[in-house]
Write a protein that binds this ligand. Sequence first.
Ligand SMILES: Cc1cc2nc3c(=O)[nH]c(=O)nc-3n(C[C@H](O)[C@H](O)[C@H](O)COP(=O)(O)OP(=O)(O)OC[C@H]3O[C@@H](n4cnc5c(N)ncnc54)[C@H](O)[C@@H]3O)c2cc1C
Length: 551
Amino acid sequence: MSVSPDDLQRQALPVFDADQIAALRPWASERVTMPGDVLFEVGDSSYPLVVVLEGRTRILERSEGADRVIKESGPGEFHGDLGLLSGQRAFAACVAATEGRVLLVPPAAVREVIRTVPELSDLLVVAFVARRQILMQAASATLTIVGVEETASVRTLQEFLDRNRIPHRFIAQVDPAVTSVLAPFGYPPPAQTLVVVRGTRLLADPTPLDLARALGLDLVVDQTAPADLLVVGTGPAGLATAVYGASEGLSTVAIDNIAIGGQAGTSSRIENYLGFPSGISGGELAFRGEVQALKFGARVTVPRRATSLAAGDGCFVVGMDDGAELLGRAVVIATGARYRRLGLPEQDRFEGVGIYYAATDLEARFCGGNEVVVVGGGNSAGQASMFLSRHARRVHHVYRGSGLRASMSDYLIARLQRVPNIKLWFGTNVIALHGGAALEAVSLQGPQGDKVQLTVSAIFAMIGAEPCTEWLPSAVGLDPRGFVLTGPEVGAATAYETSMRGVFAVGDVRSGSVKRVASAVGEGSVVVQAVHRYLQESTPSVAPEPIAAGA
Ligand SMILES: Cc1cc2nc3c(=O)[nH]c(=O)nc-3n(C[C@H](O)[C@H](O)[C@H](O)COP(=O)(O)OP(=O)(O)OC[C@H]3O[C@@H](n4cnc5c(N)ncnc54)[C@H](O)[C@@H]3O)c2cc1C
């Protein structure tokens, strides 16, 4: 489902009518403005929704030494974005251009309006989503990465930014434009990768967490007040848990170590998810899920990796990679799985410079009209070949089994067979990788032991995944492959509870789960009822269980 640029503009720039402004007034304060009055500034940790009543106001990007007008608004129009719901710092400044009057609605009140006034809720949330999409497409100069294309550090940052839909641009170290971008910083420190944030701050070799902090994306989590529900992992399962938990009145915190959307967020097109007959990209599905979770009041934060889980005093304590701790009265483990590696000599050398585990627009940039290899027999491998066939000169789809019927959906097999620049290799293994600084060729071995070398620029490993459970304590029982055991197998009363009472597991991380978006979403929504029951039993007064229809 894609929205045309005209529709996106219309959705992004609605005009409030008199009734809608009247409905907002109880949450707002009115302010008289003079030209140059700053209504919020870049980096402000809290900023209001600004509705123009009279006169004109401007959103300014204070980047690389000069102000740039991003948007000027008149009566009925408003300034505000998704950051109002997630608690982000202001990316831009809002300044009065003329004398006039504005309504200022603080972020907490905006969230309350969205929760309680449906006619304003839809207008605001759709506008926020559309605005962020337009910003992303414009790739403004707010954030600039200077480095060497295809190096692991650049790719890690790009993956973090792309999957979080944060506007940025990349300039190769050899590009003459680098001089003007770095000029304000004198002699930059020796670093492989530099990131310029808003033209005012230079980061040398930052991690995604450094970057998130510099951008004000790091939510301040109140560690003294445990959330009712702490969700670890925000793939489809964790996001669904957050949406249903928050919408049913639980104070909900969800965390993720990379980006919202999980594995699904890396899929170029999901075609078997109910309600999207022509498919939806994983990024868009994740984005919509994020908006929905925020709309219901969940607090979602990235990038934070859970490193430990322990039972504390009346609640659970999840330790984080930055040393901080989060508290939750119930915990849902939704950390999914990570891609299995090829297990070949030389593999480390080509990680990020020829070996990829997802096939999205990000990776497609590295195909550059060359030949590529996709390895695997599942649906994700089939989708990757279909997608890459539009970017690569030829796709070699390599599978060690004798056919795809047992592992791939019929519709995908039929499509693969029809695309002229996809070549299928069965009973075949990749046995070696070759190249200098980047991958240049691979060796294949066929069913009769015959060997062939192919000149390729990339290999996409779509050969399954391992559960992300290394952070869990031994009290959480795992199956022999490391997936979390739940339900009767560990003596739990409900299907998704683990061997640790009050700790639940859903989605791909759960032993025996169906590895699909829809089933992950289903498990995430169903588990909330068991969480309610657990909370009610442990503290009856605070978490009434919702009454199921027909009960
Ligand atoms: C390329 C690709 C295409 C696919 N296409 C389809 C499709 O078309 N249809 C379909 O039904 N399924 C598809 N799948 C499968 C589907 O995406 C998964 O089944 C689904 O994403 C599982 O959801 P999940 O939430 O359980 O786990 P995941 O999606 O794996 O999400 C887990 C999240 O937890 C985070 N995490 C992990 N460890 C930690 C930690 N220690 N601390 C904090 N966070 C952590 C991860 O960063 C991740 O965001 C595809 C998968 C891939 C890779």
